[in-house]
Design a binder for this molecule. Structure first.
Ligand code: AMP
Ligand code: GLY
Length: 427
């Protein structure tokens, strides 16, 4: 089979690496890809939002399956464009990707189908939002409705902060039209767990759990980022919690989308908060997580192409999805100092070859490219996802941090406490 992957981050590198191991694959392309992806796939210089050019490329090269990694093209309807041209594609259509694309849609769906989530109201009128703040309990959480690179969420400790937040989102339009509508919701406390799943429209099969570290600095301080590192599995995601989520969250979500005439095919990422009242949904994403893919896919035992095809064909019930439970994985993101605000890029990276020699160590590229002198240089806020597998989470964490020392580039930045919850699980 010929496969095309759309995207250019660490998530797409992890997907491409896993696809490259499939016995079914004869040729792998990635658009636009990055320097790391170019080791396992042929990179094609077409942007992820250039739908017509991508579809033309897929026709011309007789691609058998295209896999969309990123949220932006999914929410904008890339799957519909491919399907209209008779091309096979893995990912939700536009009317289903709205599960991630609109927080108001997601919240209203959960309310209608009694899926546990934080209490909330939605607002399109700034004055109504301001009036509502007079009635609520603080802290309160404000969310821009649309995609805002994970930055459109404000946790407000006081009424004054929340008033400022309404102004930032709805009047100053800091995140553009994403702030035309906002969700104001109750603040929840508990552990956050990421659960990714494969979905074929009817059936949902979950992958092994993971825990992300969203804040930029040690001790969960600093700004929210795309994710600074994570680990899989989560010791807090117990069988009891899994049974609850299967019954009240996963299948009900898939059934709700179907009942709304928006059958979901692809990956649903359930962002969960394990509260004292039980697990609740923080958010849905319509794609693999980044860096969740980097810790979950190295533990997946199936041929991933067979799983993708089962989702597209509606035969996921025939797939026995298996993860290596003897292994744990930890990923530490090496970023450019200053991320997620301002940072310099274009610095040569040294030490990458060591990963090719050692089993159980991976370096997934997030923001890298080849420069004109043939060197791999930094090209983003998140640069590399240094990942290791081990017999235990602690073992994997030790190896991942050991491997972070192999890599050198100017302005390299990382958190030093990825996986701190692993120790907390024991106490
Ligand atoms: P989201 O993009 O909705 O996942 O929000 C980003 C981050 O904000 C989450 O990962 C949480 O850490 C935090 N967050 C979002 N909603 C809430 C909430 N209702 N209560 C507490 N924290 C929240
Ligand atoms: N790591 C969180 C996300 O992919 O949204």
């Amino acid at each position: 089979m010929k496969i095309l992957i759309v995207g250019s981050g660490g998530r797409e590198h992890a997907i491409a690496w896993k696809v490259s191991q499939s016995k079914k694959v004869t040729k792998l392309y990635c658009a636009p890809g990055n320097a790391g992806i170019s080791k396992v796939a042929e990179c094609v210089p077409i942007g992820a939002m250039e739908f017509d050019k991508l579809a033309e490329f897929a026709k011309e090269k007789e691609i058998d399956l295209t896999v969309i990694g990123m949220d932006d093209p999914l929410v904008a309807g890339i799957v519909d464009v491919f399907e209209a041209k008779g091309l096979r594609v893995f990912g939700p259509r536009k009317n289903a990707a709205i599960l991630e694309g609109s927080k108001a849609f997601a919240k209203n769906l959960m309310k209608k189908y009694h899926i546990p989530t934080a209490a909330y109201e939605t607002f399109t009128d700034p004055q109504a939002a301001l009036d509502y703040l007079k009635t609520g309990k603080f802290p309160m959480v404000l969310k821009a409705d649309g995609l805002a690179l994970g930055k459109g969420v404000l946790i407000c400790q006081t009424k004054e902060e929340a008033e400022e937040g309404v102004k930032t989102l709805m009047l100053d339009k800091k995140f553009g039209s994403a702030g035309n509508e906002i969700v104001i919701e109750e603040f929840m406390t508990g552990r956050e767990v990421s659960v990714l799943s494969f979905v074929d429209g009817n059936v949902v099969k979950i992958m092994s759990s993971a825990q992300d570290h969203k804040r930029a600095k040690d001790g969960d301080l600093g700004l929210n980022t795309g994710g600074m590192g994570n680990f899989s599995p989560s010791p807090f995601y117990t069988e009891e919690i899994d049974a609850f989520c299967q019954k009240y969250i996963y299948q009900p979500t898939v059934d709700a989308m179907k009942a709304e005439g928006r059958p979901f095919k692809g990956v649903i990422f359930f962002g969960l908060m394990l509260t004292e009242e039980g697990p609740k949904v923080l958010e849905y994403n319509a794609r693999f997580g980044d860096p969740e893919a980097q810790v979950v896919l190295p533990r997946l035992e199936n041929d991933i192409v067979e799983v993708f095809e089962a989702c597209v064909d509606g035969t996921l019930n025939q797939v026995d999805l298996r993860f290596d439970n003897e292994k744990a994985t930890v990923c530490v993101i090496l970023a450019s100092d200053g991320y997620p605000v301002e940072y310099k890029k274009g610095f040569p990276i040294e030490g990458l070859e060591r990963f090719e020699e050692k089993e159980g160590y991976y370096v997934f590229h997030s923001g890298t490219k080849w420069d004109s002198e043939g060197r791999i240089v930094t090209n983003g806020g998140r640069v590399l996802g240094v990942t290791a597998t081990g017999a235990t989470l602690k073992d994997a964490r030790e190896k991942a941090y050991e491997a972070t020392e192999w890599v050198k580039f100017e302005n390299k930045y990382m958190r030093h406490d990825i996986g701190k919850a692993i120790d907390e699980a024991e106490t």
